[in-house]
Ligand binder design. Sequence first.
Ligand code: NAP
Length: 266
Amino acid sequence: MSDVPDPGHVAILGGTTEARQLAAVLAACPGLRVTSLLAGRVSTSGGYAGTVRVGGFGGPAGLARWLREHDVDALVDATHPFADVITGNAARASAEASVPLVVVRRHGWAAGPEDRWHVVDCLEDAAAALPGVGARIFLTTGRQGMAAFAALDVPWFLVRAINTPAPPLPRHAKVLLARGPYTVEGETALLHAYRIDAVVTKDSGGRATAAKLVAARNLGLPVVVIRRPPVPDGLTVVPDASAVMEWLSRRPGLLSLMSGAGDTCP
Ligand code: NAP
């Protein structure tokens, strides 16, 4: 029998920059193996360090089964702040499989005194607010959120998404496929070029897509901001990858495996 302990197994529910960065850091820890779990909705250019599994689990029971079958020691939910179904599933699966869970939620954006924000609760409320806000809209709510705007006849939309948006799309729209990060200069030029008079965004937070807010502020444009869904009560929520590392380093089973791994591991 070998004295070498089995590597600890950390699974990361991903689909975000944080998830990719976390996978890279954890994969560099000699005592750990890392599996990134992806829905498979968006192409993953750049790749993930460690093992990657693509596809859903058929609900929380399926995720719990997968966690048990793959001897997962810790589950990190590093999904997008608006991916609330998988976060709910992760909470239930973690309890069912007795696998500790930490949720990474980057901070949301905050309006400054010069911002003209209309904060709403959901995509449908954003669509309802638009007729009074603008006529040429920069819509950046992601490829799956189009249906809420499809029935509107008046505004014209510049829709930007990473992958082709799922139908139905707004009636009058141009689709721009692009992936951040974006710059203030680039966003300002885009708003000018398409004579945009209002922006619609989710409160995704983070730096990669924040430039549009600065550009809108500089141009005095209104922004309809969709509030985040709440994280289920009772979960451990941290703001960034370094706090996840800190949390992982305090898990009794992982501590010894992660220690002594150099600068990249706590
Ligand atoms: P969602 O509504 O919360 O989840 C819907 C279903 O998709 C889940 O029930 C699950 O299927 C599957 N799923 C979601 N994330 C998964 C993951 N990381 N690994 C395996 N299965 C996953 O999710 P969503 O809003 O469609 O987002 C899908 C993915 O895109 C997430 O990974 C998220 O981080 C990323 N993303 C979302 C947004 C956004 O605005 N929502 C923006 C950028 C990136 P089963 O129930 O079958 O397991």
